[in-house]
Design a protein around this ligand. Structure first.
Ligand code: AMP
Length: 116
């Protein structure tokens, strides 16, 4: 059984977060330390620690991450200029919170995909 993170508490509304969207499968909330004018995290409500634990049974929730990203990007006026979606995995990916999540970043040119 994977260990819960702070994201489970946000999903259950046990701790505050700026939640922009929630349904039966996913929750989206603003990143507490934004790296761009728009920086939203979209997470499945079920705890999946990393991409390494993804199973076929998660496909509906993980697919929903994209439809919610599209909707929130449109609401933020990002669709035409564009934006970036990122999923980090484990140490080399720079993952800090072990509850799988998609970053939605936009609102300015984001530069090259990798720093180096
Ligand atoms: P990652 O490095 O991909 O695991 O990203 C984790 C992200 O979670 C970082 O961008 C953090 O700023 C963000 N984060 C951590 N704690 C919170 C929180 N309580 N509310 C919102 N975002 C958070």
């Amino acid at each position: 059984m994977a260990e819960e993170t702070i994201f489970s508490k946000i999903i259950r509304k046990e701790i505050p977060a700026d939640i922009l969207y929630q349904d039966d499968l996913v929750t989206a909330f603003r990143d507490i330390s934004p790296k761009a004018p728009t920086h939203v995290l979209i997470v499945p409500n079920v705890l999946i620690p990393t991409v390494n634990e993804v199973e076929a049974e998660h496909e509906q929730a993980l697919g929903r991450l994209f439809t919610v990203a599209r909707k929130l990007a449109a609401e933020a006026g990002l669709s035409d200029d564009g934006y970036r979606l990122i999923v980090n995995c484990n140490r080399h990916g720079g993952q800090e919170v072990y509850h799988i999540h998609m970053h939605l970043l936009g609102g300015r040119p984001l530069g090259p995909m990798l720093a180096h």
